[in-house]
Design a protein around this ligand. Structure first.
Ligand SMILES: Nc1nc2c(ncn2[C@@H]2O[C@H](COP(=O)(O)OP(=O)(O)O)[C@@H](O)[C@H]2O)c(=O)[nH]1
Ligand SMILES: [Mg+2]
Length: 393
């Protein structure tokens, strides 16, 4: 079955951190409004508490998965440059391979992955002694599934308490929406989630995340006009103090070419690392300076040996419609942040999907989820074979 994420138990040496109630940010008395907006800027980030905890619910049924797959197929088919039309003839000849090359390139597969796929396909065709273009289509699906296989990996939750997930990407890629959807899946499975609204530039961004928090009845740390690194620090500390399973950090969109904003993103990551350091001063608040964790000995996270410093996952959200530029984004954000995973959104629209082949060929970072719509349930795990088949449908 397709489980949305993999639950791991913490390493044996890891003892849950005691809850220091005094140091945690004050909880607003009236939790009905998701984003508390006190007139004076608070000294620390505020935490809003939902009225009730989410009740666990079963994982999506195979029928739901099928419906989602149909939407993915429909989305990928919309482009008109369907790869499938290449196989409607009767001959396996040079013309077929040339047409296929064009179709793959037009589907954003990129030169390198297209070359690799064609070479691999020709080998498979020879081996199978195929004579019918329809057989070639099946063999291409195999070749694409094999190419994409390294990208298929479940998101792991639970080995660290809390599992801290930082989310980055360009503006409008679908970061906040994906965080909302992911939160729903986690909450439905009984995981406790804390959201960090580290997109502090726009009030609307905080509100958008707060709406998702409200829908999923989870807590959110936000700060009006505050420093995104400070919000992240507070969220990681609060997440540990409150015994949360997962802390999701939403960040403001930025282009990899905006160097100062990329530096800010690195600072957020470093600050999250600091928040996880096993240091009594952790609860005292965010550090003033902007230096990487220092000290002669190797820093280790709260929780003892076996625990890793947060963020445990650094995810890049990419819009499936961005074509080959998505690959450039993956490379640039990976260089700055050392990505651990990707979420590819908007595959229900005009996206051509081939860019995943380009990513697999040139920067194989796991694709934890793909987005096929704007609704809560429109986020699914990535399956290499399913995707290959949808691409050729
Ligand atoms: N069709 C479609 N729209 C999406 C998907 N994911 C996000 N969106 C929309 O894309 C827009 C930008 O999303 P948002 O999460 O605010 O992007 P952010 O700036 O990266 O946080 C919103 O209108 C979302 O509803 C998806 O998978 N499919
Ligand atoms: Mg956003």
């Amino acid at each position: 079955m397709f489980s949305f994420f993999r639950k791991k138990s913490p390493p044996p040496a890891m003892v849950p951190a005691p809850v220091p109630p005094a140091e945690t940010p004050a909880t607003p008395a009236a939790p009905a409004t998701p984003v508390p907006a006190p007139a004076p800027a608070p000294a620390t980030a505020s935490v809003s508490t939902p009225p009730t905890a989410a009740a666990p619910s079963p994982t999506p049924s195979p029928a739901a998965r099928q419906g989602w797959l149909d939407r993915l197929k429909a989305g990928l088919r919309k482009t008109g440059s369907s790869i499938a039309t290449v196989f409607t003839g009767t001959q396996i000849d040079d013309a077929l391979y040339e047409e296929l090359e064009t179709a793959l390139l037009m589907a954003d597969t990129g030169v390198k992955a297209t070359e690799q796929l064609l070479a691999d396909l020709k080998r498979r065709v020879k081996e199978a002694k195929a004579t019918d273009p329809i057989q070639v289509k099946g063999l291409l699906a195999d070749a694409i599934a094999d190419l994409l296989a390294p990208l298929q990996k479940p998101l792991e939750i639970g080995a660290q308490q809390p599992t801290v997930i930082m989310v980055a990407g360009v503006n409008g890629a679908g970061k906040t929406t994906s965080i909302g959807k992911l939160t729903k899946h986690l909450a439905d499975s009984g995981e406790s989630v804390l959201l960090a609204a580290a997109d502090t530039f726009r009030a609307a961004a905080r509100e958008q995340l707060a709406v998702w928090a409200d829908r999923n009845t989870v807590e959110i740390v936000s700060q009006q006009g505050g420093d995104p690194a400070a919000v992240s620090f507070d969220a990681v500390s609060a997440g540990r103090a409150r015994g949360k399973n997962v802390v999701l950090v939403d960040t403001a969109g930025r282009l990899p070419t905006q160097l100062h904003l990329m530096e800010e993103l690195k600072k957020i990551k470093r600050t999250i690392q600091k928040a996880g350091l096993a240091d009594a001063s952790v609860a005292a608040g965010p550090p003033q300076g902007d230096t990487a964790p220092s000290g002669g000995s190797e820093p280790h996270a709260v929780g003892g040996v076996g625990a890793r410093l947060p963020p445990h996952e650094v995810l890049l959200v990419i819009d499936g419609n961005t074509g080959q530029n998505a690959l450039a984004q993956v490379k640039a954000f990976d260089e700055a942040l050392q990505l651990t995973g990707l979420i590819v959104t908007k595959l229900d629209g005009t996206a051509k999907g081939g860019v995943l082949c380009a990513i697999a060929r040139e920067k194989p970072i796991p694709v934890y989820f793909i987005g096929v719509g704007e609704k809560l349930e429109d986020l699914e795990t990535f399956d290499a074979r399913e995707f290959a088949q949808a691409l050729l449908s």
